[in-house]
Design a protein around this ligand. Structure first.
Ligand code: 13P
Length: 252
């Protein structure tokens, strides 16, 4: 049995005051981590504040990091710093990072390795554009992203990371992939993992869906055989909505 994982990706939203208010609102009500992993991935400058105030069942993640330990990289954040301040997860290779900051599959792979060097759980993103979806190239494209991201990892590492399938055309558009469509692509990702690392690993690895997930559609998405949780943007910003999402996962 794979434990569901719901991760909020706040992107470039919330001030420190707003983030702390959110944490106070949810802390008493986040379901036990025995049933669901609940994660908030926040902007880097407020991560430490959130780690200090996280309740027993909430975990904090970063949205990006560099693949080197230190260096002259103005504006970047390192994995050793994230580990040092108590962050436990990191989103890697989000489509917005790939599109606006030119992150390549090679960068993504280096970052995944670096996350493991510092005990961070990587949430590794993949997903196709509308053009690729409409021309029938989704499975092939996503396969290439997943193979590149996981290159050189051990079976143990792959079993413990999280993959997030986020079709770009469904992000922030209100246009969700149907649960069947999401499940089919995620099944395809699981079979890519099986081909590379074997069945035990492919049955263990958790694969989230992301793209306009909301309290109104989470039940249906989580009812699918291969969808193990969600990576949520807009609907993770409101505390009531975030709680509805994590509570939905308890029933999975
Ligand atoms: P939305 O939930 O706002 O569509 O964003 C999805 C996403 O990109 C999460 O990483």
């Amino acid at each position: 049995m794979r434990k569901p994982i719901i991760a909020g990706n706040w992107k470039m939203h919330k001030t420190r005051d707003e983030a702390l208010q959110f944490i106070y609102n949810i802390n008493q009500n986040v379901p036990s981590s025995e049933f669901v992993e609940s994660v908030v991935c926040a902007p880097a400058p407020i991560l430490r504040d959130l780690v200090k105030r996280q309740g027993d069942s909430l975990r904090i993640g970063a949205q990006n990091m560099h693949y080197l330990d230190t260096g002259a990289y103005t504006g970047e954040v390192s994995a050793p710093l994230l580990e040092n301040i108590g962050v436990e997860y990191v989103v890697i290779g989000h489509s917005e990072r790939r599109a606006y900051y030119n992150e390549t599959d090679t960068d993504v792979n280096k970052k995944v390795h670096q996350a493991f060097n510092y005990n961070l759980v990587p949430i590794v993103c993949c997903g196709e554009s509308l053009e690729l979806r409409e021309s029938g190239q989704t499975d092939q494209f996503v396969k290439g992203q997943v193979e590149a991201a996981l290159k050189g990892l051990s079976k143990e590492q792959v079993s413990s990371l999280v993959l997030a399938y986020e079709p770009i055309w469904a992000i922030g558009t209100g246009r969700t992939a149907t649960s069947e469509m999401a499940n089919d692509t995620i099944k395809g990702i699981r079979s890519v993992v099986k081909g590379l690392f074997g069945e035990v690993v492919s049955e263990a690895v958790r694969i989230q869906y992301g793209g306009s997930v909301k309290p109104a559609n989470i039940d249906e998405l989580l009812s699918m055989s291969d969808i193990d949780g969600a990576l949520v943007g807009g609907a993770s910003l409101d505390s009531e909505s975030f709680l509805a999402l994590v509570n939905a996962a308890v029933k999975k």
